[in-house]
Design a protein around this ligand. Structure first.
Ligand SMILES: *Cc1c(COP(=O)(O)O)cnc(C)c1O
Length: 359
């Protein structure tokens, strides 16, 4: 890795003040990683360099045909002051799969992880200290061939940036959701399993519709039968059936249209470790409504790297409105959230070898 340090890196006091502001995506660290690919020469040597704008020809492919993918993962401060990543290899694998689906070049797991470790080591001072806070890492890749011909780009750029993420979890507030029967996020054979910007571009109008209905987020149902619950916005969903030690923690099955979340996967293990039964199921909107009305579904939450776990309260759709529990985060939701956060921050034993120390 070529290293070019930022001569204008923030001094420690300024940096600490920015990190202390919390929020998400407001400030970026002093450095970034860039690596270029061409069909002819493959990947160039990656470079760590000062964070800053990039210059691209207006005819660059990504602006016109949206050939772009990304990832999201976090670095967490550990009790001894060190910094660790959570399951970075899982992100590396998913990035390679997304690349294949979008006809972008695959990057080796080793190269992906080296880029992340190098940036985290360099900008470790930007990793916040409190539980629930972290340094969010955003690797992404886009098509850079210049020209308006529609074809897989013969050039691509990989970049990695990082932003401190505050603890924006408000336990007194459950998310309300609008179940969209108008728009579809993904269909079999499409790009639903890939983490690509285009999926998000196509989802924004539904997010707007959710806001108009007075809801925080949109819930997606399947494209064919228009009844199976898939995801919430950019997060996977979980439902708790029953209560206490006999509860079963269920999540929609990965049918090929859902994004296979790493948090989703981790929670399947965490729930089992905590003694709950788990199931990956097909769950319809009717199952949801009837389940909360009968009280069989006692808790609902969404999960993803950015927010980790968010309780879901009211659900609204063309078929009516219904509320889970008392609208407050459930006990099992909070237990799972705290356990996962504990593993990520090194205060609970990491029995699955998910946590990888960087520096
Ligand atoms: C990234 C993402 C998720 C969550 O994945 P994590 O690996 O848990 O962060 C869920 N759904 C969509 C659509 C996503 O893009």
């Amino acid at each position: 890795m070529k290293i070019t340090l930022n001569p204008h890196a923030k001094d420690a006091a300024t940096r600490d003040a920015l990190v202390a502001e919390g929020g998400f995506g407001k400030y970026y660290t002093d450095h970034m990683v860039v690596c270029e690919w061409s069909e002819k020469d493959g990947w160039s040597e990656p470079e760590l360099k000062p964070y800053g704008p990039i210059s691209l020809d207006p005819a660059t492919a990504v602006f016109h045909y949206g050939q772009e993918i990304f990832e999201g993962l976090k670095a967490y401060r550990q009790p001894d002051g060190s910094v660790a990543l959570f399951r970075p290899t899982a992100n590396a694998r998913r990035f390679a799969k997304s690349a294949a689906r979008l006809a972008l070049p695959e990057m080796s797991e080793a190269m992906f992880i080296e880029s992340i470790e190098t940036l985290v080591k360099q900008d470790a001072g930007w990793v916040p200290n409190k539980v629930g806070e972290s340094l969010y890492l955003r690797p992404f890749m886009f098509a850079t061939e210049v020209g308006l011909g529609v074809r897989p780009s013969n050039k691509a750029t990989y970049m990695l940036i990082a932003t401190p993420a505050g603890a924006y979890f408000d336990p007194s507030k459950a998310v309300s959701v609008w179940i969209s029967t108008e728009y579809v996020r993904a269909a079999l054979g499409g790009t639903g399993e890939a983490k690509c910007g285009g999926n998000y571009a196509a989802s924004l109008v539904a997010q707007k519709a959710a806001f108009k209905e007075g809801c925080d987020q949109v819930v997606w149902i399947d494209a064919v039968e228009r009844k199976w619950v898939e995801e919430m916005g950019g997060m996977n969903l979980y439902f708790v059936k029953g209560k206490g030690a006999d509860a079963t923690v269920i999540t929609p099955k990965l049918t090929g249209t859902l994004l296979p979340g790493i948090t989703r996967d981790s929670i399947l293990s965490v729930a089992r470790d905590l003694g709950y039964k788990t199931e990956e199921v097909m769950l319809s909107i009717d199952d949801w409504r009837e389940g909360v009305q009968s009280g069989e579904i006692s808790e609902i939450f969404a999960c993803g790297t950015a927010a980790v776990v968010s309780p879901v309260g009211q659900a609204k759709s063309a078929m009516g409105t219904w509320v889970t529990g008392d609208g407050q985060p459930g006990a099992i939701t909070m237990q799972i959230r705290n356990h996962l956060l504990g593993i990520q921050h090194g205060t609970i034993a990491d029995t699955h070898s998910w946590v990888q120390k960087v520096c």
